[in-house]
Design a protein around this ligand. Structure first.
Ligand code: ZN
Length: 258
C-alpha cells in the first residue's frame, strides 16, 4: 500500500468517526457507529422477542391508562407519535423503552406509581433514555468492542446478524450513571411539558424506596440511589414547575386513570 493510499484510508476512517459523533441533549458527546435506522430495527427485534417470551396484560382498563400517560408524554417529548405501548403482566416494579418507538410497562409498577403523575415519572425517564440515544450509544460502543470499529462502520443497512446482535445487547447492557441522571432530568421536563405535576416525581422515588423493603425492586437496582436522585430533582424543580404551569395554562391537563 502506498503512503498516499494509507493516508487516504486514515482520512476516511477518521471522517466516519467524526460523522458518527453525536451530542446528547445535555451536551455530552456520544460516538455513534450505528445509524438510527439500524438501532430502531434492533429495538423492534428486541421488543418482538419480549412480547413472545412474556405475558401481555389483558386488563383493558390498565392498558388504556398506560397508553394515556405515554401518549401525553410523547406529545411533549419530541419523541414522535407512532410508539407501541405494551403492559406486561409481571409483578416486577419496572418499565423500559426501546429505540424504534417501543415502551413496556410491568403491572407491578402500577402498585408503586400511585397516580398518573407518578407513572409519567417512570415512563418519561424511559422515553428520555431513547430520545437521548443512550441505548444507541451503548450498543454502538459494545459492537465496536466486539467486532472492531471499522467492521461496524462498514456494516451498513439491515445486516440481520448485526441487528440481532444489537437486539441482544439492547436487552443486556445497563445504562451508565451519567445516562441515568440525564434521563431523570429530561424525563422531568417531558412530564412537566405534558402537564403532569413534576413534584410527584419525588413521591414516586420515595414510594419506590419504601416498596424495596426486602431488597431493591428491579428498577432501583439498576438506577441511582433514591436520596441522590431526589436531591437532583429538587434542584431542578423551580424550572420545571414553571414548565408545568405553562403547559396547564395551554390546556395540557392529562386525565389518565385506571
Ligand atoms: Zn434509567
Amino acid at each position: 500500500m502506498t503512503r498516499f493510499r494509507r493516508s487516504a484510508l486514515a482520512a476516511v476512517s477518521l471522517s466516519l468517526l467524526v460523522s458518527a459523533c453525536a451530542t446528547s441533549p445535555t451536551g455530552r458527546n456520544q460516538i455513534m457507529l450505528v445509524s438510527d435506522a439500524q438501532v430502531a430495527a434492533m429495538g423492534e427485534e428486541a421488543f418482538a422477542q419480549l412480547k413472545q417470551e412474556n405475558a401481555v396484560s389483558r386488563d383493558q382498563s390498565l392498558t388504556r391508562y398506560v397508553n394515556c400517560v405515554s401518549a401525553a408524554l410523547l406529545a411533549g417529548s419530541g419523541g414522535g407519535q407512532n410508539w407501541e405501548v405494551v403492559l406486561f403482566d409481571d409483578a416486577s416494579v419496572n418499565a423500559f423503552a426501546l429505540p424504534g418507538g417501543k415502551i413496556g410497562v410491568f403491572t407491578g409498577l402500577l402498585n408503586v406509581a400511585e397516580n398518573q403523575h407518578q407513572l409519567a415519572t417512570v415512563v418519561g425517564h424511559e422515553i428520555a433514555h431513547v430520545t437521548a440515544r443512550h441505548s444507541a450509544a451503548r450498543v454502538s460502543n459494545q459492537l465496536a468492542t466486539q467486532m472492531g470499529v471499522s467492521v461496524v462502520a462498514q456494516t451498513t443497512g439491515m445486516d440481520p446478524g448485526l441487528i440481532s446482535m444489537g437486539a441482544d445487547l439492547l436487552l443486556a447492557l445497563p445504562y451508565s450513571r451519567a445516562d441515568e441522571t440525564e434521563a431523570d432530568l429530561l424525563g422531568l421536563d417531558y412530564m412537566a411539558q405534558a402537564g403532569f405535576d413534576p413534584r410527584q416525581s419525588v413521591a414516586l422515588w420515595q414510594n419506590m424506596e419504601r416498596a424495596s423493603g426486602g431488597g431493591p425492586p428491579q428498577f432501583l437496582s439498576t438506577h441511582p440511589a433514591p436520596q441522590a436522585r431526589i436531591r437532583d430533582l429538587e434542584r431542578r424543580m423551580p424550572a420545571v414547575i414553571a414548565m408545568f404551569d405553562a403547559a396547564q395554562a395551554q390546556g395540557r391537563r392529562p386525565q389518565c386513570a385506571p
